[in-house]
Design a protein around this ligand. Structure first.
Ligand code: ADP
Length: 162
């Protein structure tokens, strides 16, 4: 078990887990709004060895770090294994997730109930902003693969190497 420095004990921290392949304006909106609710938002890139990604872990991390370079309340980390175990290890009490549509709700509901069975960690949901609610990383990847203007859907920090 890790002992937290005294000033960190009462901090309200939220973990925002995902693949971020790549970070989109939808994620950006949730993270920005998350920092108004929590003392710290930890953007956590989950590593799944069975998944194929378009961007490397280093690139995905760099995009997020650059997008929030002037936000001291936002941290970026990578992790493997169960999200709730990682939260316990880091002393994080909340998981932050975005909800775009009923399909997201059904999927997130099952995960949040499972996590509550496993631990005391609460999941906090934010409804996506209307103007970014249609954006998904998978559609952005499709636009990139087909040479479309992906810059309309991602923060400036996200750039594809030519
Ligand atoms: P995952 O691998 O968990 O699907 P994502 O990177 O796609 O990871 O998403 C991480 C989180 O961001 C999820 O809570 C998801 O609902 C949320 N999210 C994804 N796209 C948007 C969007 N356009 N607006 C708001 N939240 C979003």
């Amino acid at each position: 078990m890790r002992f937290l420095p005294s000033q960190e004990i009462n901090m309200k921290r939220a973990l925002f887990p995902g693949s971020f392949d790549p970070l989109t304006l939808g994620h950006y909106d949730i993270i920005k709004r998350g920092v108004t609710l929590f003392d710290e938002v930890i953007v956590a890139i989950g590593v799944n060895v069975e998944k194929k990604y378009m961007f490397s872990l280093e690139e995905r991390k760099q995009f997020i770090e650059e997008a929030f370079a002037d936000e001291p309340k936002i941290k970026v980390v990578t992790y493997k294994g169960l999200t709730v175990e990682f939260c316990k290890e880091k002393g994080v009490g909340f998981i932050l997730r975005g909800l775009r549509n009923p399909a997201d709700f059904e999927f997130e509901k099952a995960i949040a109930h499972t996590n509550r069975k496993l631990t005391e960690i609460e999941t906090v949901f934010l409804l996506t902003a209307a103007k970014t609610s249609f954006i998904s990383s998978s559609i952005v990847r499709d636009v990139i693969r087909n040479n479309g203007d992906y810059t309309k859907f991602v923060p400036k920090a996200v750039r594809v190497k030519q």
